[in-house]
Design a protein around this ligand. Structure first.
Ligand code: GLP
Length: 239
């Protein structure tokens, strides 16, 4: 594991965006695995800046998002598709047909999960997977539990996750109860993983995920087994 600790969020964002831009410079048709949540917002902003300055192009790249809420229409302001449009896709040159996000509004979410994995397999491996971490150690929407699922699947969100994400919705009852998420197997297949955490509230779970036992009760702890893991932390998240 390669771990980098930063004095400021701005410095972390710059390095994270630099790693992604560096990959695209050496491999313009790279396959990116992208995440949502508060953590990557500043990284996407930095990537948009690099693109605007002509330092990176996404024209040949493609991307697969980790997850999407079930039951939200794609144009719902809190869908992860809307998030990606707002923070990244509206501002860069990645062709729309190369931007993949599970369809949370699909009539059969299980079939949609299978379609997503098949699509990923056709494209090949994800070159670089960007990941945030939930306070309970979830990655994507792989919640703690006695067992984890490898493939993309429909997951039920824990109360803790719904509460954390209710900050984006009018009320807790508006937060979807399910999501389509890449499974831990799909995530661990990525050639390289960039795990990012910011803020003192993530210090405890980061400690467990990186140095605690590898357990399905802390899904992010499985990342310890990945040979290409890079962790980017702000000082307060590093504890
Ligand atoms: C969400 C997402 C995760 C994300 C996590 C942390 O529920 N499904 O992909 O990493 O929560 O979010 P944040 O970065 O806002 O703390």
């Amino acid at each position: 594991m390669n771990k980098l600790v930063f004095k400021s969020e701005a410095a972390l964002n710059e390095v994270a965006a630099g790693i992604i831009a560096g990959l695209l410079q050496t491999k313009p048709d790279a396959v990116l695995g992208l995440a949502t949540g508060g953590t990557p917002v500043g990284i996407y902003k930095e990537l948009v800046r690099l693109y605007a300055e002509g330092k990176v192009s996404f024209r040949k790249a493609s991307a697969f998002n980790l997850d999407e809420y079930v039951g939200l229409p794609p144009d719902h302001p809190e869908s992860y598709r809307s998030y990606m449009q707002k923070h990244l896709y509206d501002h860069i040159d990645m062709p729309p047909e190369n931007r993949h996000i599970p369809d949370g509004n699909a009539p059969d979410p299980e079939a949609e999960s299978r379609r997503y994995d098949e699509l990923l397999e056709r494209v090949g491996r994800i070159d670089l997977q960007l990941l945030g971490i939930g306070h309970n150690g979830h990655i994507g929407f792989n919640e703690p539990g006695p067992a984890l699922i490898g493939a993309t699947h429909v997951a039920r969100l824990s109360d803790k996750t719904r509460q954390a994400n209710s900050r984006y919705f009018p009320s807790l009852s508006d937060v979807p109860e399910k999501a389509i998420t890449m499974g831990v197997g799909t995530i661990l297949k990525a050639r390289r993983i960039l795990l990012v955490a910011k803020g003192a509230d993530k210090a405890e779970i980061i400690r467990k995920a990186l140095y605690g036992p590898i357990t399905t009760e802390v899904p992010a702890s499985l990342l310890q087994t990945h040979p290409g893991l890079t962790v980017l932390l702000t000082e307060d998240a590093a504890g």
